[in-house]
Design a protein around this ligand. Structure first.
Ligand code: MBD
Ligand code: FE
Length: 282
């Protein structure tokens, strides 16, 4: 019998929307200079007008768009839509001057305040957590190679079913999420499992767009990290797995060659990989 609660687009969308409204409150109230909004909003609207003229968009198509945009909000899928199809260009602009490690998009599923863990640690996981064991180790330094003692590595990832704790039902609250504190040499060694590729929910508005356009809904398997240290620019990144499915065609366009791991099995059969992080000064 089917006793597990199914992950739905509307439920994970509602959680992601709530998460964003809690963590990422923006200040753009009365008193903000109008010129920047004037420029950006006007150019986006003009770009839409150009597409309508170029492709002779019909009323039927206009109403389909209107209906779809309404449903994105109803499903709580604006965080998913924006992070999949827009964030990578914002990150490209924001990260262009970085001299240290490459970053990539945060996505919709970061939760601050994951359990604190020592420099040698295992991410919180269930008994018999499915998936290939992975030992992920390395060092955090500044751009001159000086170790950053006590650097913080916040990690979050999907499980072997491609599901994230706190966004899919029935998973322990902090499963595969942790805040690892590096040692005095900036070193860390984290045991986890290799995540599975992630499929965007197919039963919501983003899924309907993907189906209607004939695209696919997959992201390659990835680890998410935020690496930070006092007086240094925090790094938001993701790490992927060499040869993994959808490395070449990530729906979220967030893979970079510098972010691909190549773990090798050690004598115990644990896949082991070393990856160092370099943080820019603030
Ligand atoms: C993810 O797991 C993710 O990392 C992004 C960017 C978008 C949707 C799901
Ligand atoms: Fe993700």
């Amino acid at each position: 019998s089917e006793t597990t609660v199914k992950a739905t687009a509307a439920a994970s969308g509602a959680s992601a929307t709530e998460r964003f409204l809690t963590d990422k409150t923006v200040s753009s109230g009365p008193g903000t200079d109008t010129s920047r909004v004037n420029t950006l909003a006007a150019e986006v609207i003009t770009a839409v007008h150009d597409v309508i003229r170029q492709h002779q968009v019909t009323y039927e198509e206009y109403n389909a768009l209107k209906s779809w945009l309404i449903s994105v909000g109803q499903d709580g899928e604006w965080p998913l839509f924006l992070d999949v199809w827009v964030e990578h260009v914002v990150e490209e602009v924001a990260g262009a001057a970085r001299k240290g490690s490459k970053g990539t998009i945060e996505g919709p599923y970061y939760v601050p305040g994951a359990p604190a863990l020592p420099s040698v640690a295992t991410l919180p996981m269930r008994e018999n957590e499915a998936g290939t064991p992975l030992l992920f180790q390395g060092q955090v330094t500044d751009v001159s190679g000086q170790p950053l003692a006590g650097a913080l590595l916040e990690m979050w990832q999907a499980d072997d079913d491609g599901l994230y704790a706190q966004f899919a039902p029935g998973i322990t609250e902090w499963n595969l999420r942790g805040s690892v504190v590096a040692d005095a040499e900036g070193r860390f060694a984290v045991t986890t499992i290799q995540p599975a590729p992630y499929q965007i929910p197919t039963d919501g508005s983003c899924g309907r767009l993907i189906a209607a356009a004939g695209w696919h809904a997959w992201r390659p398997a990835h680890l998410h990290l935020k690496v930070s240290a006092p007086d240094h620019e925090a790094l938001t990144t993701q790490l992927y797995f060499k040869g993994g499915e959808h490395i070449q065609d990530d729906v979220a366009s967030a893979v970079k060659p510098e972010l691909v791991l190549d773990p090798r099995p050690n004598v115990e059969g644990v896949h082991e990989v070393t990856y160092d992080f370099v943080l820019d000064p603030v």
